[in-house]
Design a protein around this ligand. Structure first.
Ligand code: BGC
Length: 377
């Protein structure tokens, strides 16, 4: 291997001691609600598995927005129909414009019938109740205009009304990590942590005392070592200094990070144009400099996610005196790298000093939105 790649590997390597320190700091950050964490109450419990019916669901993540008609029965989640919209391709400049579009799709899906809608909205909010969350700021470099403090579901319900869809009502608003936890509880999987490793990154956990899911917004954890490349990426971003953990692990940023490193090391990265290309490139099994750069960046991302999960487990450890534990996970990066499950299982178990298993289920953000909507009946 060339010297510059060996040096890069050293720059990005996190010693076992560093990982343990991050784990402990993370656990303390949850306790003290500092180091960038928010601990947002969600006003939602887990599901009983008895929820049944058909409703509509929205998954407003980062790159895509999906609207679906979902059926829940006998602990199974079935997507009856869905439509995917690429945010960039809508040409919308404001959230209201986008919601007018979503309202039209929801109205068509409802086809004149009365319909409840569960909304997975995956951005920082001030959550007031299960149906009311006020917008704080965008993450994942989204640029739609929306005033701070906007009641997200209030705006969406207004857009439905304006188009005469009085039969459709948005009744819940939840984060995608919460959707993972909720849908898994509906499916009968015994999990207390939900996490997303996709365009963005975040985790939530079930608080046994408050009997409520807590959204950590931990993409904003800010006590991590950073390389000169991370600093360069951060400076060029929409919110320098914010979402530091997310910038080291998530799909919205890893492509850019790889490109910055490749530029510095005079390695061509022209073949890569989306985050998905990172996994596609590795699958080709080329043993070139670019593959080494991608591997180094992905390795660190997985170590950080494992450490963070071990931190959450450490925080919960008084309440979870079981020796093995499952974490619900979803996201394009998790799905994109074939060995994610094994690597995350092993590293997290090692750092948490107990057996940890990541559980993936398809269409979980839509499923979670549907579960939340039917919970309100
Ligand atoms: C958002 C979180 C979300 C995560 C995963 C982050 O950028 O702030 O709310 O859960 O992305 O989609």
């Amino acid at each position: 291997m060339k010297r510059k790649i060996v040096e890069l590997e050293q720059t990005f390597s996190l010693s076992e001691q560093t990982l343990l320190n991050i784990r402990d700091n993370f656990a303390r950050a949850i306790e003290a609600k500092n180091q960038g964490l928010s601990n947002i109450p969600t006003f939602i419990r887990t599901a009983s598995g008895k929820e049944e019916g058909v409703c509509l669901a929205i998954d407003f993540g980062g790159t895509n927005i999906r609207v679906a008609k979902v059926s829940l029965s006998n602990k199974s989640i079935i997507i009856l129909r869905q439509q995917k919209i690429e945010l960039q391709e809508t040409g919308c400049h404001s959230l209201e414009e986008l919601f007018m579009l979503l309202a039209r799709i929801l109205g068509e899906f409802a086809a004149g019938e009365k319909a409840l809608v569960g909304h997975t909205f995956s951005f920082p909010v001030e959550q007031i109740s299960i149906n009311k969350a006020n917008f704080l700021h965008w993450t994942k470099e989204i640029k739609l205009t929306v005033p701070v403090g906007t009641d997200i579901n209030g705006l969406l319900n207004d857009c439905l009304q304006k188009q005469g869809y009085d039969n459709v009502q948005v009744v819940t608003i939840i984060n995608d990590t919460v959707a993972v936890l909720l849908a898994n509880s509906y499916l009968g999987n015994n999990i207390f942590i939900g996490t997303i490793w996709g365009t963005g990154h975040n985790s939530c956990y079930y608080d046994f005392v408050k009997q409520m899911v807590i959204n950590l917004e931990c993409g904003n954890f800010n006590n991590l070592p950073a390389t000169k490349y991370d600093l360069q990426l951060d400076l060029a971003s929409q919110m320098p200094g914010k979402q530091q953990l997310e910038k080291q692990v998530s799909g919205r940023y890893l492509l850019e990070l790889v490109q910055i490193i490749a530029g510095d090391l005079l390695v061509s990265a022209e073949q890569l144009s989306t985050a998905r290309d990172l996994s596609i490139y590795l699958q080709a099994n080329k043993n070139d400099d670019l593959s080494h750069i991608i591997r180094i960046v992905i390795k660190r991302a997985r170590q950080i996610i494992s450490t963070e999960q071990a931190g959450i487990i450490k925080f919960l450890s008084n309440k979870l005196n079981m020796c093995s534990l499952s974490i619900g996970i979803d996201g394009a990066l998790y799905r994109g790298f074939e060995d994610s499950e094994t690597v995350l299982n092993n590293k997290t178990s090692e750092l948490a000093k107990r057996t940890v298993r990541f559980v993936y289920a398809k269409d979980i953000s839509l499923g979670g939105a549907a579960v939340s909507a039917l919970l309100t009946r």
